[in-house]
Design a binder for this molecule. Sequence first.
Ligand code: HEM
Ligand SMILES: *[C@@H]1O[C@H](CO)[C@@H](O)[C@H](O)[C@H]1NC(C)=O
Ligand SMILES: *[C@@H]1O[C@H](CO)[C@@H](O)[C@H](O)[C@H]1NC(C)=O
Ligand SMILES: *[C@@H]1O[C@H](CO)[C@@H](O)[C@H](O)[C@H]1NC(C)=O
Length: 501
Amino acid sequence: MSSLVGAAVVALVVFQVFRKSLKSGASSLDAIPSVGVPGGLFGFYVGAWNYIKNGRDLTEEGYLKNPGGAFKVAFMHRWLVIVNGQAMIEDLRKAPDDFLSSAEGNNAMLHLEHVLGYEQLHDPYHVPVVRTSLTRNIGICFPSLRTEVVAAFEDLVPAKTDEWITVHAMQTILPVVSRVSNQLFIGLPKCRDPDYIKITTQFALDVAKDALLLHLIPSSLRSLAARLFGHLETSTRNIMKHVGPMIQHRIEMDDKYGPDWPNGDRPNDLISWLLDEARGHPERRTVRNLTHTLLHLNFAAIHTTTQGFLHAFYTLASHPEYVQPLREEIESVTKSEGWTKAAMGKMVKLDSFMKESSRLAPGAAVGVMRKALKDFTFSDGTTVPAGTLIALPILAEHHSQANYTNGGAFDPFRFSRMREEAGEGIKHQMASLTHDFLTFGLGRHACPGRFFAVNEQKLIMAHVLVTYDFKLKDGVSAEDEWVWIVGSANKTAEIMFKKRS
Ligand code: HEM
Ligand SMILES: *[C@@H]1O[C@H](CO)[C@@H](O)[C@H](O)[C@H]1NC(C)=O
Ligand SMILES: *[C@@H]1O[C@H](CO)[C@@H](O)[C@H](O)[C@H]1NC(C)=O
Ligand SMILES: *[C@@H]1O[C@H](CO)[C@@H](O)[C@H](O)[C@H]1NC(C)=O
């Protein structure tokens, strides 16, 4: 049976490869130089393999060879055009959605409608909900977020004495981030339920697996394959066991009372914010579609935030000299402001530390993926035909010597020093979007959850700093592990904690 499936997969890959190679023969990207792709009959596929093995370095090479220009790489079975420099980044930012589509760019990577649900691609009303209601409520909900951080660490890092205890870093931070995020999404008690937390942290990994499988399958068969082999159905069913009745109740109450429940005891959480935006849209107000949205946001929020946090934490643990200045800032700010969103805003050194970590480890070598829906011409005259996938070399841009002195080096207080300069306050904080900091994307389609993500990462880091002493176990470094275009924080590393002396 498994060999049959194996043979079917091989047959489909071969089919897919030949179909694409016929198409790419007619490509009009010839004028754009390629990187890592040798000549010859099978050159494209050798190039695709090179890029899988060495995506980060080939992107950096293309960037250095084509300053302010475009180059292309063999990206699985299609070309990816990578553009760089201030002017082309600005062209990409400004381009209207019907020329360069962000939704279709992400869809080409992830097959969103199959792995997250049809309406998640075609009716993404959760994006403005995250950008406005969720972001506006961070301050009001901050005390519960802080309580959840403290409780999660008491459960998962019970270092009560001055004996060192050792914990698995990733397996500890993933549930912390899930608990804190879900405190904002659905609140207690479910945000602490171990089975619920397991489903939410596993879901993103299943999404990645499903997307990879669907890359190998011709588009006409994807919907069928997703239903047969994908994880969406199972995850939806499993998570509905936890939240289905609660969501049903909330819909009924909302139908009856709208936002003004008797006694004013309507929970202030994501479900309410979604229902507010779904008023007058019966298709959004179903348990199933709301559950999909909850899963989708867990997918968007948990692994991204965990990765960013872990990279910064490994960096800090291997540079103990930065612990003292950060602790001083945190203690002096919380003394006057308490544990509040305003306090997070005043932790400029911590913000700078997290941003610098993210600058050097944005999680991917390329990002801000767009798909051209019409032929598109950049301001330097470079033209790509409709159907082309386009991206920015975010890691290479983050190394740009024009924007960063000594750009390859970790300089934790680089951004707080810039903020001290008059009039440059907001621009250099981590959640701001600039052409030289692309971790959260760019323009209208940049991450709408970035204010929450930054507050959450800072809150967790500040709590760890004032609560524990910590160090890396032997042999662990802060280096990311790279596969294809993706750089991940060490998945196996262990961290040692003890009660702060
Ligand atoms: C450090 C953590 C995070 C990182 C690095 C990150 C990064 C990103 C990036 C790069 C994009 C695509 C931007 C583009 O295409 O230009 C994105 C989109 C998105 N993110 Fe985040 N994100 C993080 C946390 C979160 C959180 C906590 C939430 C939700 C509360 C969230 C919700 C979303 C959503 C809904 C989108 C889709 C936006 C759209 O389609 O217009 N993200 N994120
Ligand atoms: C979910 O939403 C989509 C489109 O927005 C609609 O077609 C579909 O009927 C809804 N499905 C369910 C089960 O509510
Ligand atoms: C990066 O450097 C370029 C060239 O010096 C400059 O024009 C641009 O404003 C800088 N970008 C940012 C976001 O500061
Ligand atoms: C990740 O951590 C393990 C120890 O668990 C270590 O052996 C390995 O070298 C680390 N990887 C990197 C890239 O530092």
